[in-house]
Every structure is written in structure tokens, then in C-alpha cells.
Design a protein around this ligand. Structure first.
Ligand code: ADP
Ligand code: ZN
Length: 216
């Protein structure tokens, strides 16, 4: 099984993808996380990607596809995997179909209004040490600026600044929203209301999976 989380930046792909990963045992493959790791480690890929990410643009299809190809060919992905933040262009969607052909698939589009997105992203704080994600209003850490999980110092992702958020949304509408038609044509597109608490969105996804004959 391949579960693809579509949806705008801030729609909850990472959070919901992680919850579904825990329920299914399928690893979550996040190109954003893979790229941020490459940037931290200063690999050639990271050096190419850094400026583009900071500006809210899209990293080259070939670069991200290589990261995904490597990751999904690992043994733990044999039974299934969850894609978060990939594909983001029709070319990437074609690429993953060619790499791993014929795998049963659902493309879950988390739909969220633009106002919620801006509020979610601009209030997001992350722990670079362990990857935990917080929100200043919706999910504040116990002590301001400190990670509940590991005690690390929380930061705002540089691409969560308001101007970059607007650019990411523009890029999303232009490059990624057309994936809806791509997956509709394949018959694997499913829209899920992504507003509200993560637990409620999870319940909607769980109901969908039951209906699809693949209960979580
Ligand atoms: P979000 O979904 O909140 O925008 P991600 O962590 O998925 O955040 O992605 C962060 C950034 O990494 C993107 O803005 C983009 O620059 C880059 N990126 C991630 N995935 C891809 C992809 N599939 N194709 C191109 N660029 C990507
Ligand atoms: Zn932490």
C-alpha cells in the first residue's frame, strides 16, 4: 500500500502522516524532513536545496525523486509506506509511479482553508534536535521555547516566516494543486476535511480507510 498525503503546506500532512504511520507500521517518508537533514549535514544535495527551501520554492524534481527512490527501496517500505510532501508536481507523481508500479494507492488530500494555514504555519515551532512540532496557541510546549520531549530549544522554521508562507502557498496552487486531477484520473484521489483538531481529522481518515477495506 502507498498512502500519499496531498494538501497545502500546513494542512497537517506531517502530523496525520505520523499518526497513520504509527497505526499501520508503514514508515512515513517526508521529503521536507529528508531535505532538511541533507541541509543540516551539508551534503551536496543539501547545499543545492538550501536556498530554494528558504525562499519557499520547489527543489528540483530529480533531486527529491532520488531521495524518495532511495528511501522507498529500503526493506522497511516493502509492505507499504506513506508519502508526505511528495509528489509535489505532476512530474514527481509520474516518477513515483514509474519507480514503484502497480502498488495499491490512495492519495489523501487534506483540505484546509487558507486562513487556518497561515495561522498554523506562522505559529509553528519545531525542535531541531528531535523533530517534535508545537504551536504557540494550539499546542504550546509546557515551558515556552523548550521541547517537551527532549528539552531542546524550539525554533521557527525559516520558511515559516509570513512572506515565505505566502510564496509556498502560491507555489502550491500552481504546481501541486493540479495533482488532484492526476489522482482523480487514476481513481485514487480522496479528499478529507483537514480543519479542526488532529484527532478529529484522524477519525475521518480512519473512517475512509475502513470504507476502503483497509482499516487502521
Ligand atoms: P510544508 O509541506 O509545510 O511546506 P515540507 O517540510 O514538506 O513543508 O517542505 C519544506 C520545503 O522543502 C518545501 O517548501 C520545498 O522547498 C522543499 N520540498 C519538500 N518536498 C519537496 C518536493 N517533493 N519537491 C520539491 N521541493 C520539496
Ligand atoms: Zn525535542
Amino acid at each position: 500500500m502507498r498512502l500519499i498525503f496531498l494538501g497545502a503546506p500546513g494542512s497537517g500532512k506531517g502530523t496525520l502522516g505520523e499518526m497513520v504511520s504509527r497505526a499501520t507500521g508503514f514508515p512515513r517518508v517526508s521529503t521536507g524532513d529528508l531535505l532538511r537533514k541533507a541541509v543540516r549535514e551539508g551534503t551536496p544535495t543539501g547545499r543545492k536545496a538550501e536556498a530554494v527551501m528558504k525562499a519557499g520554492g520547489l527543489v528540483d524534481d530529480a533531486i527529491v525523486t532520488e531521495l524518495v527512490r532511495d528511501r522507498i527501496s529500503a526493506p522497511d517500505c516493502l509492505g507499504g509506506y506513506i508519502l508526505d510532501g511528495y509528489p509535489r508536481t505532476v512530474a514527481q507523481a509520474r516518477a513515483v509511479d514509474a519507480i514503484d508500479t502497480g502498488r495499491p494507492e490512495l492519495a489523501i488530500d487534506l483540505t484546509v482553508g487558507e486562513e487556518s494555514i497561515v495561522e498554523r504555519l506562522c505559529g509553528r515551532r519545531v525542535c531541531p534536535a528531535c523533530g517534535a512540532v508545537f504551536h504557540v496557541n494550539r499546542k504550546p510546549p509546557q515551558a515556552a521555547g523548550v521541547c517537551d520531549a527532549c528539552g531542546g530549544e524550539l525554533i521557527q522554521r525559516s520558511d515559516d516566516a509570513p512572506d515565505t508562507v505566502r510564496e509556498r502557498l502560491r507555489v502550491y496552487r500552481e504546481a501541486t494543486a493540479p495533482l488532484e486531477d492526476y489522482y482523480r484520473a487514476k481513481g485514487t484521489y480522496r479528499a478529507i476535511d483537514g480543519e479542526g483538531y488532529a484527532e478529529d481529522v484522524y477519525a475521518r481518515i480512519a473512517a475512509l480507510m475502513t470504507k476502503e477495506g483497509r482499516p487502521l
